[in-house]
Design a binder for this molecule. Structure first.
Ligand SMILES: Cc1cc2nc3c(=O)[nH]c(=O)nc-3n(C[C@H](O)[C@H](O)[C@H](O)COP(=O)(O)OP(=O)(O)OC[C@H]3O[C@@H](n4cnc5c(N)ncnc54)[C@H](O)[C@@H]3O)c2cc1C
Length: 440
């Protein structure tokens, strides 16, 4: 009898650079592939519950459910309100409902827009990743690719090697900056004031809406919502001309401690519910809004590196879609890698096959992200024009705008699997020609 063991196929090593929402989602998706080893390299020393509120739309929620993560998105961890509308717009002065955004095709309760404390969403994702595959205190400072793989250099002097490296290091991605040195982020002029606190603080406010609410005013907005795990959030903000040298908040940094008196002052003439919310808010943090000045030309670098999440498309958090986009990027990348490296493959894919998978991922996601970036840039430009020309929206215009809503069904209900299938068909038809991206 022949007792010689069949050699195990060699595993594909993937280094995920950044352990935020995108990096964790990718590690969870790739764990479904028995021949892939992933390691997350995260710069922070501890995975703490930091951040304020974050929303997931039907797109990201469906993907997390597909990945078997119902506990991450359940009603304990997140808040869905009555689940009847993705967003309710209210009038800044009268508190009337002046518009709603209802999802066109969302039948499942779990897929209704859900709001979380970012720390709770992140913390639950972490529970699904084997602890020994997350290396903390690993601040990426350089990345070198050759024909065999990628070497990642860390600030502590150590190095790691992988077949593929994925930049998942967020809005201010160092990986992206190393690959595209001319890339620039631009301040939109908006500085958000965010706070998350215990829900008990708002319980005695008369007429407080049960659902999340977005009050629209002539020059700013105010958002409030219950979150999972008995938390509550408020988000206000001020937009100024970003090119004005004396602009208010010009010098604040992301997550700086703010002055709660500023929140009260900005909303002092708003309706009693908003005013009451500003009065119970214990503290705020400032979050200046940055997005890319232009989209990246490519998301694929050589044969072995790509970007996901905010690193790939720095859209500045518009339409509260950054979390869902990151999750769908991760899933599209998993599907793309699987298309060149089946679950029972006998050998690791060669470099050109890896590149093919990365280009397939890019074809699936980049046109979608660019559509969003176009909307974001147009909105930012229009807002700045209004400020520069001192144009104040009339009450009638404001009501009309709210009644029209933000028309974002294409974004929040985007089907990443359908987009992937279309991209796959396109790439098979074009057989290796990479130049043209389809308009999905
Ligand atoms: C601390 C924090 C708090 C946030 N709070 C909110 C919030 O309240 N509301 C909201 O809507 N969005 C918030 N965001 C942004 C939001 O998570 C993202 O917009 C979105 O989820 C996309 O996820 P991402 O994984 O691409 O980026 P992120 O979630 O930003 O994750 C990027 C990860 O990469 C790590 N990283 C960065 N540089 C390096 C490096 N050089 N080496 C290794 N690792 C690196 C970061 O520490 C982080 O863990 C926050 C992000 C962070 C990092």
């Amino acid at each position: 009898m022949n007792t010689r063991a069949v050699p195990e196929p060699e595993k594909l090593n993937i280094a995920i650079l950044g352990g935020g929402i995108a990096g964790l989602s990718l590690a969870i998706a790739l764990a479904n592939h028995p021949l892939i080893n992933t390691t997350i390299y995260e710069k922070t020393l501890e995975l703490k519950e930091i951040g304020a509120s974050i929303a997931l739309g039907p797109n990201g929620l469906r993907t997390l459910e597909r990945l078997g993560l119902s506990d991450v998105i359940d009603d304990e961890n997140g808040f869905r309100g009555t689940g009847t509308a993705g967003m309710v717009y209210r009038h800044w002065k009268t508190n009337e409902v002046i518009g709603t955004h209802v999802h066109a095709d969302v039948k499942e309760w779990l897929h209704q827009t859900t709001r979380f404390h970012r720390g709770h969403l992140h913390g639950k994702l972490v529970e699904h990743v084997p602890r020994d595959s997350i290396k903390l205190g690993k601040n990426v400072i350089g990345i070198v690719m050759d024909e065999k793989g990628v070497t990642v250099n860390f600030k502590d002097g150590s190095k790691a090697w992988a077949d593929i490296a994925i930049g998942a290091d967020g809005l201010r991605s160092g990986v992206r900056q190393a690959l595209v040195p001319k890339f620039k982020l631009k301040w939109s002029g908006l500085t958000a004031f965010r706070s998350v606190f215990d829900k008990s603080l708002v319980e005695s406010i008369p007429d407080l809406p049960e659902d999340s609410a977005h009050w629209w005013g002539p020059d700013t907005t105010f958002f409030s919502s219950r979150l999972g795990r008995n938390m509550y959030t408020v988000v206000g903000g001020v937009t100024v001309d970003p090119d004005d040298q004396d602009a208010r908040f010009k010098d604040v940094s992301w997550d700086d401690e703010g002055d709660v008196e500023v929140l009260k002052e900005v909303y002092k003439n708003w309706n009693p519910v908003v005013k009451a919310l500003t009065k119970v808010t214990p503290s705020i943090r400032y979050h200046p809004n940055f997005s890319c000045s232009a989209p990246l030309d490519t998301w694929v670098f050589g044969d072995r590196i790509t970007l996901i999440g905010d690193a790939a498309h720095a859209h500045g958090g518009a339409f509260a879609t950054g979390g869902s986009l990151a999750i769908d990027d991760a899933y599209a990348l998993y599907l793309s890698l699987k298309s060149v490296f089946s679950l029972s493959a006998a050998r690791k894919p060669p470099a050109q096959e890896i590149r093919k998978a990365l280009k397939l991922y890019e074809t699936t996601r980049k046109p979608h992200a660019e559509r969003l970036l176009k909307v974001v840039h147009a909105g930012n430009t229009a807002k700045i024009d209004m400020i520069r020309n001192e144009i104040i929206e009339t009450d009638e215009q404001l009501r009309e705008r709210a009644a029209r809503g933000s028309n974002t069904g294409w974004l929040h209900e985007h089907d990443v699997m359908k987009a992937f299938d279309e991209a796959l068909r396109f790439s098979q038809k074009n057989d290796g020609k990479e130049e043209v991206l389809p308009r999905l």
